[in-house]
Ligand binder design. Structure first.
Ligand code: SF4
Length: 294
């Protein structure tokens, strides 16, 4: 644990925590169950013990806000052509601190922003085709309080709520959120518990539990594998994921291979990298019916 520095963002009390007899707090949002002494901040950098109460450091704090077509989430079998507000704060519970920048999860600049601001912007853009908000940057579940409050408000305004997550979260927070979510992009990096343990320091079993809960719910679900060169981009890695998805959720589940960070499109990639990705797509396409390179 790290000692909390002077808070640099707006804060709010956090949900899902309990107190130990020694006075420390346990955060129950994700399976890390960080134990926090007063002044300490959790692994994700977003939740901390402030004088015996659990607080969220990124509550009502916006790091990035963009417009985009829903296909850019990517979701391709849902609300085709719709415009969404894509947004995020800082906070990530699965990528090591040193690597967070490439996932947009670093603690950094931003501005205060409230759920009603988000709802107002969405409503003002309905005529331009806006259908709702997509919480897609860093790990949105580490922005839980803002996400939940915004989702409830957006549903009241008849707007859609879209979530992108790597699914390392406890069952109860996810269950409580689901009634307010319409569609999910689930990032499944590998079908390999050693990959998750060694690269992301999380339990693969917990990730699969979250995926199962989503697949059995009413939300529209698409699965994505963000390709990390040399780590999860061998065709046999992708075939293992595809086989698991087909066996458990049927071969029609939409599946995306997401190009590595910094690679804008397949056509601009060096030939050998492009060939590798095409081999991955072929491996997935031999098992699943709806495979996309995003
Ligand atoms: S949400 Fe953050 S503070 Fe809470 S258990 Fe997970 S990593 Fe730790």
């Amino acid at each position: 644990m790290q000692t909390a520095q002077k808070p640099q963002v707006s804060r709010g009390e956090a949900a899902f925590g309990h107190r130990l007899p020694n006075g420390n707090l346990i955060c129950d949002l994700c399976p890390r169950f960080c134990e926090l002494a007063p002044g300490e901040r959790g692994w994700c950098q977003t939740r901390f013990n402030r004088r015996g109460r659990l607080w969220s450091a990124n509550h009502n704090w916006l790091s990035i806000l963009q417009f985009g077509r829903i296909e850019s989430v990517p979701l391709v079998q849902y609300a085709s052509g719709g415009i969404v507000l894509k947004l995020g704060s800082f906070g990530c519970n699965f990528v090591p601190q040193a690597e967070r920048e490439s996932f947009g999860a670093e603690v950094g600049s931003g501005r205060s922003f409230y759920p009603r601001d988000l709802a107002n912007i969405c409503m003002s853009l309905v005529k331009q085709g806006c259908i709702g908000a997509a919480f897609v940057y860093a790990e949105p579940l580490m922005w839980y309080e803002f996400l939940m409050q915004s989702a409830m408000l957006l549903k009241k305004c008849d707007m859609r709520v879209i979530l992108a997550t790597a699914g390392f979260v406890n069952q109860r927070p996810l269950q409580e959120l689901l009634p307010y979510v319409d569609a999910v992009r689930f990032d499944l990096f590998a079908f390999d518990s050693a990959f998750y343990r060694n690269n992301m320091h999380v339990s693969f079993a917990e990730v699969l539990l979250a995926l199962r809960m989503l697949a059995l719910s009413d939300v529209h679900l698409e699965v994505t594998t963000p390709l990390l060169p040399g780590q999860n981009d061998a065709p046999e890695d992708i075939a293992r994921i595809a086989a698991y998805l087909a066996q458990n959720y049927g071969p029609d589940i939409p599946y995306h291979l997401m190009l590595p960070p910094g690679q804008p499109s397949l056509t601009q990639m060096p030939p050998e990298e492009k060939e590798r990705i095409m081999c991955c797509a072929d491996a997935a396409g031999s098992i699943l019916h709806r495979v996309y390179i995003s």
